[in-house]
Write a protein that binds this ligand. Sequence first.
Ligand SMILES: NC(=O)c1ccc[n+]([C@@H]2O[C@H](COP(=O)([O-])OP(=O)(O)OC[C@H]3O[C@@H](n4cnc5c(N)ncnc54)[C@H](OP(=O)(O)O)[C@@H]3O)[C@@H](O)[C@H]2O)c1
Length: 335
Amino acid sequence: MKYRTLGQGLKVSAVGLGCMGMSHAYGRPHDHREMAGLIAKAVDLGYTLFDTAEVYGTAANPHDNEELVGAALEPYRSRVVIATKFGVSFDFSSPSTNKPILVDSRPQTIRRSLEASLKRLRTDHIDLYYQHRQDPNVPVEEVAGLMGELIAEGKILHWGLSAVDEATLRRAHAVTPVTAVQNRYSMMAREAAEALFPALEELGVGLVAYSPMANGFLSGRYLGTAGFDPKDDYRSVMPQFQKEAVEQNRRLLGIMNEVSAEHGITPAQLSLAWMICKKPWIVPIPGTTKEARLAEKAAASEVQLTPGEVAALDSELASSGMSAVFGGSRIVARN
Ligand SMILES: NC(=O)c1ccc[n+]([C@@H]2O[C@H](COP(=O)([O-])OP(=O)(O)OC[C@H]3O[C@@H](n4cnc5c(N)ncnc54)[C@H](OP(=O)(O)O)[C@@H]3O)[C@@H](O)[C@H]2O)c1
């Protein structure tokens, strides 16, 4: 495993572990003991960045993931970076598979969320605390000001924003310097994240890439939605897994297979190495619930693609044509 430094001096593994799928969005929550074993193995393999959020859970247990991650990381607390998020909840009353997101970043809500997250995560500080989605009713300056207070109090060490645009990032960073932006970024979702690169470079802010394998699609192992339960698996409604996408993505998967074979790596590793080799401040946080897949992802941090090879891949991606990719759940503002 290689390591990188994000924003205001936060050292993390060059590949982090996204823990969401253990509790949320990809079918039923997984057994805590089994996932604790997987997380222990990840620590063993050199992973130090673990990503969760207060809302990764189900109607039955809305905070399942923080509970799981907190218990699993307790023995390793001093060696790992815990990233979690505040500011949203899910509307579990909705009949849709992917539940609408309700936003709330009022300062009193954030303080309450933080105390509850600290308890569930069995720690006295959060290493990296993200605003999960912006709240149109609370100016980002107010949130950034509170983050500065929480840093001064020692309750959080760094902060970041998720699904953020450049203008909002600049406003936030001017109040309290930001360590990382966590945005969707993958070979199938390039433009919006890459448009932020000059600002990230200028401000010295890291990019933590979520859904870096396009929700697993870029592993090349899924052709269709078979096995995804429409009751609780968001992949059952994601465009890249639909029947019509098979044809639309044939060329893309062909390129992935060909280039990864040339390098003696898997398509999953290529999808991560491609972004790691672009900038020294990009850190993907792929998700998995399979212990056997941890080493594959960690090894992606060691793959060396030259700038020419990355550029060649970019031009293939630009001309290959591909299906749409999941763009996130609907956001509902608080009244
Ligand atoms: N900030 C936000 O708004 C936001 C939104 C979404 C996600 N996130 C964070 O980002 C993390 C990663 O997102 P993601 O889970 O969508 O990422 P991803 O890495 O693009 O996709 C994960 C999926 O890929 C599958 N997968 C992984 N390796 C595979 C392989 N070799 N072959 C076949 N399938 C494979 C996993 O299934 P298995 O479990 O079966 O391996 C899992 O379902 C999340 O855990 C969460 O922490 C943040």
